[in-house]
Design a binder for this molecule. Structure first.
Ligand code: ATP
Ligand code: MG
Length: 570
């Protein structure tokens, strides 16, 4: 089998439309610019967990390569050791794999290229195109000028090549403290593009790196590293977000002045989503300050959190395909992502019955000790998923809010003297309401009509509601974690004067229900198993589960809120 076959076999089949990137590649293939090659890369910095914005970047890069029989590399942009950690490396690898993408043997680290980057910096010094500057960070900023004022040249700009070579080597050897010197590119302090005003190439950081340890105490800046890494790897189309458009002249300048293979940088819009913050710095703050339980807290927009919450990778890919690639920044409604999750789970999730807030029901005329097996449909959308047997007995639980002692007019569920259907079982009628000393309803005594087995009355009488239930003696105990949006505002960064996005945190984003009763079918299911709890939504088994107590996260509710958003929008 040739390599092309292997790649075709591994193609992810998520339905997706062509994007403007496909047009760019087609044009390059027509002109033969890259000899028909398509080679992209996903280049995260290991300074946090990957989020839904990264999912977009992952799909854009892997799909573009797949659609043209090309390749996509995984490259860690690990040039800033002060913020980077092995934990983030590990989680990012796991998350991309989980999302369904395979970089095969092409896992790279910018830090693998430090020696080569150093040599290229030396070359620029020798060519008179780089110099060691003693100005500190504040001074460099001040000398840089503004959009309306040209910058001023550093007094160290005209050091000789020999002096620069000597100083740069001594920077590497660790002779100078952090911030004492930097290596800068000699371009143009009057350039209208601030990025071209003698950008910094290397800074001194006496910090241990998660991969190179203490081998280096100088580290390359993103701009000096990124294009050269792309070049080394033979990348053809280097996709980044729009804020790097102003850096493209610098990307090109380094490659041209080093005279090395030259990939094409292409900018695409960043994904923003309502009710969500996407900056890793802000997400780190939420974790560090305990506003959430960790990077994988199901309320977070990280892929680890979505996995834990029960979002299937297929649904996230579908979301990325539906939003496509944009040329200008936009904010996507979170309801669309939820709709993708709901659509997928509707087709694939096993149905079970679970009672979140149980109310005890005793069927007074049902034989003590009798247990019947009722046949229930596993997924009405997918017959091949078959049926299962659900135990039914004299004492059951129903949902507390499926009973009202004094029901208003349009309430059709259980009430004193009223009859309802129990799904897959019998009609029952509420005969008596038992209360505690405080007057709280603690139990219902109901009669069951044994002639209605399977759910219909032979005499044709109708009921207006069908309730879910579980048999008390057979139910599993569970905890359920219900989530609301993490922020109360669709644009959390819009905060009142003097306050930040934290002021928009939703204090009620987590509700924990204990004493939940679940149908025995789920017994022994592995962490991550997903279900529809009938009438309640989609739920997923959390890793906090123990042998005695299951823990479920509510993945998403049943109501299609996306349809509503679309209607509102016109
Ligand atoms: P942050 O500023 O939050 O740290 P970043 O862009 O620096 O984000 P990286 O780890 O460098 O984060 O991102 C890896 C890749 O993912 C980059 O190519 C980046 O353009 C892309 N990316 C990051 N955030 C988004 C987003 N919200 N939408 C689309 N692509 C994104
Ligand atoms: Mg970055």
């Amino acid at each position: 089998m040739n390599e092309q076959d292997t790649l075709t076999r591994k193609r992810d089949e998520t339905p997706r439309a062509k994007t403007f990137l496909h047009e760019i590649v087609e044009e390059d293939n027509r002109t033969g610019r890259f000899g028909g090659r398509v080679h992209t890369r996903f280049p995260p910095e290991p300074n946090g967990y990957l989020h839904i914005g990264h999912a977009q970047s992952i799909t854009v890069n892997f799909w573009l390569a797949q659609d043209f029989g090309g390749k996509c590399n995984f490259r860690f942009d690990d040039t800033n050791p002060t913020k980077e950690e092995q934990e983030y490396v590990d989680s990012q690898l796991e998350d991309v794999r989980w999302l369904g993408f395979d970089w095969e043997d092409r896992l790279f680290f910018a830090s693998d290229y430090f020696e080569q980057l150093y040599e290229w910096a030396v070359k620029l010094i020798k060519d008179g195109k780089a110099y060691v500057d003693d100005l500190d960070a504040d001074q460099i900023r001040e000398y840089r000028g503004t959009l309306t004022e040209p910058g001023r040249e550093s007094p160290y700009r005209n050091r000789s090549v020999e002096e620069n070579l000597d100083l740069f080597e001594r920077m590497r050897k660790g002779e100078f403290p952090d911030g004492a010197k930097v290596l800068r590119t000699k371009i143009d302090m009057a350039s209208p593009n601030l990025n071209m005003r003698d950008p910094v190439m290397y800074r001194i950081r006496h910090v241990e790196h998660h991969r190179t340890g203490n081998k280096w105490c100088i580290y390359p800046m993103y701009d000096f590293a990124h294009g050269q890494c792309d070049s080394i790897e033979g990348i053809t189309h280097s996709i980044c977000t729009l804020e790097y458009a102003d850096h493209r002249p610098l990307y090109d300048w380094y490659l041209d002045n080093l005279g090395i293979y030259h990939p094409q940088q292409i900018e695409v819009a960043r994904l923003n989503m309502t009710y969500t913050v996407m900056s890793k710095r802000k997400l780190l703050g939420l974790v560090r300050d305990g506003h959430v339980r960790g990077w994988d807290d199901p309320r977070m927009p990280t892929l680890a959190a979505m996995r834990r919450r029960g979002y299937p990778p297929e649904a996230i890919r579908d979301f990325c395909a539906r939003i496509g690639v944009a040329r200008s920044d936009r904010t996507v409604e979170i309801e669309l992502l939820e709709a993708c999750v709901r659509d997928y789970l509707n087709l694939h999730a096993q149905r079970v019955m679970a009672v979140l807030r149980p109310l005890r029901v005793v069927l007074t005329n049902y034989p003590e000790g009798q247990v019947e097996a009722m046949t229930a449909i596993n997924n009405p959308e997918d017959e091949s998923m078959g049926t299962r047997q659900v135990p039914f007995s004299r004492v059951l639980y129903i949902e507390r809010d499926d009973f009202m002692e004094n029901p208003p007019k349009n309430y059709y569920r259980l009430a004193p003297g009223r009859e309802v259907r129990l799904r897959y079982a019998y009609f029952i009628k509420c005969e008596e309401v038992i209360k505690d000393a405080q007057g709280n309803v603690t139990e219902l005594r109901c009669s069951v009509d044994m002639a209605t087995r399977g759910g219909d009355a032979p005499d044709g009488r109708k009921v207006k509601a069908t309730l879910h239930w579980v048999s008390a003696a057979h139910a599993l105990d569970a905890e359920v974690r219900l989530y609301e949006r993490l922020f109360t505002q669709p644009f959390p960064e819009n905060a009142p004067d003097g306050e930040d996005f934290l002021s928009n945190l939703n204090p009620n984003s987590l509700e924990v229900l204990s004493g939940v009763k679940v149908e025995p079918f789920v017994k022994g299911a592995p962490v991550g198993s997903r279900y529809q709890f009938e009438r309640q939504g989609y739920f997923c088994i959390d890793p906090d589960s123990t042998t005695d107590k299951l823990v479920f996260n509510r993945t998403v509710g049943l109501r299609d809120t996306w349809a509503k958003v679309q209607q509102k929008g016109g």
